[in-house]
Design a binder for this molecule. Structure first.
Ligand code: FCB
Length: 444
């Protein structure tokens, strides 16, 4: 690795999300979210685990910001819990909830770390879910109230805003398959949810620009590069269908103002509830695209659809995800060629491995280090080939609550000893610290 291709403005960061790290679910007037409720139902989350305490970031954030400083991170991506700001989803703003993020932003700035705010990382207030949730159009309007209150308070100091994290996951895992909160399983609901998530994104872009003049605004998508398993036409069609549902379904409306025809036809008779003008709103120009990348998919046709094919020669992470840095390179080049976003931030990339705390107090994670190094290399190659990648955020700073997997999957570059909540930087932390120091010296 040379690291010479990274511009000196490149943002080296780490990413987190509110429900996965904060804990303090009953403090300072926070309302209930769909994840609080989902976790309380037996069988939804491994071992009945919840985000009630998580990493206790709500109280320990000064210690974690000190870790970020030690890392040399230029940016910290976190999300704002909607139920802390608007406990009922809309209406009265809970100022103590916003105060927390105010303190966090100030602490970051005092340590010369740029705050990067995600508005929606999946913790919808239950009051809105009870009124129909994301399949209802009114949730998109409520999201604007949340965006307005948050950007009004933080917009003078936060210059990078992400409206949504992974709308595909929020819509399909939450409403289509029922394996994430709120645990509903209906294809029309998933399609309606996805449409309203996108609509709310477009509406919020304007709101944020009004409240935070000069800020950069974007959205984060989980994109997966899909390759056909063979040169057969059937496998090529299967890979195109996978790409359509996962990637183009979101990229096309945002960048081209239309849903892809082939996917619309495949999903018929279900269709998203599109009204006149919606696609103009959704395609409001953005300043950057956030890309979360974890794996590639090798897709084969089956008699009743398609399936992912296991690659015997590949390495897989604890999530069962295939490691493929080259997939990230291909994806970045392709998104640049087909959609030309003004800038791309890789807003999440990382891996779960079975880390253990040794008796000598060390957590050695060479697999994660190799994973991250491979992906940073892929980004460097993409930049050298003209793709405007402006930032890279490792998922995640800390081991944390990995949704339905509970605390069973460790993604952090810092180990969390859950019984004591002690933080122990892993060897990948030192590796990333050195990489940032080296890259910023070369770049700057
Ligand atoms: C992404 C999520 C993030 C985390 C990682 C592993 O899909 O955005 O919260 O769970 O996966």
């Amino acid at each position: 690795m040379r690291n010479g291709s990274f511009p000196n403005t490149f943002r080296w960061g780490v990413a987190t999300a509110a429900y996965q790290i904060e804990g303090a679910v009953n403090e300072d007037g926070r309302g209930t979210s769909i994840w609080d409720r989902f976790c309380a139902i037996k069988g939804n989350v491994r071992n009945g685990e919840t985000g009630e305490v998580a990493c206790d970031f709500y109280h320990r954030y000064p210690e974690d910001v000190a870790l970020l400083r030690e890392l040399g991170a230029c940016a910290f991506r976190f999300s704002v819990a909607w139920p802390r700001v608007l406990p009922e989803g809309r209406g009265k703003v809970n100022e103590p909830g916003l105060d927390f993020y105010d303190r966090l932003v100030d602490e970051l700035l005092a340590n010369e770390i740029a705050p990067v705010v995600t508005l929606y990382h999946w913790d919808l207030p239950v009051a809105l879910e009870d009124a129909g949730g994301w399949p209802e159009r009114s949730t998109a309007e409520a999201f604007c109230e949340f965006a307005e209150a948050t950007a009004h308070r933080l917009g003078d100091r936060v210059s990078l805003w992400i409206t949504h994290n992974e709308p595909w996951v929020a819509a399909w895992l939450g409403y289509g398959l029922g394996v994430h909160a709120p645990g509903r399983a209906s294809r029309p609901d998933a399609l309606a949810a996805a449409h309203h998530l996108l609509l709310s994104h477009g509406l919020a872009v304007d709101v944020i620009r009004r409240e935070a003049p000069g800020a950069e605004v974007g959205i984060t998508l989980d994109l997966t590069q899909a390759y056909p398993a063979s040169s057969s036409e059937a496998d090529a069609a299967a890979a195109r269908a996978a790409d359509g549902e996962k990637n183009r379904w979101f990229l096309d409306p945002i960048f081209k103002g239309s849903y892809p025809e082939d996917v619309l036809a495949a999903l018929a008779p279900d269709a998203p509830p599109v009204r006149d003008g919606d696609l103009d709103v959704i395609s409001t120009p953005i300043d950057f695209l956030g890309v979360n990348y974890y794996r590639r998919e090798i897709v084969a046709a089956t008699p009743d659809g398609r399936q992912m094919v296991h690659q015997p020669d590949s390495m897989y992470t604890e999530m069962g995800w295939e490691v493929s840095p080259h997939g990230l390179y291909d994806l970045l080049v392709r998104v640049h060629d087909e959609y030309a976003p003004a800038a791309i931030h890789v807003t999440e990339n990382g891996a779960a491995f079975g880390d253990t705390l040794r008796h000598d107090g060390v957590v050695d994670d060479p697999e994660r280090q190799a994973f991250l190094a491979g992906h940073v290399d892929a980004i460097e190659r993409a930049i050298a080939d003209g793709v405007p990648v402006a930032g890279y955020f490792v998922w995640s700073l800390l081991d944390n609550f990995e949704w339905a997997h509970g605390y069973g999957k460790r993604f952090g570059i810092v180990y969390v000893d859950y019984p004591t909540l002690r933080r122990i930087p892993k060897s990948s932390f030192s590796w990333y610290r050195d990489l940032i120091a080296h890259a910023t010296t070369l770049g700057g």
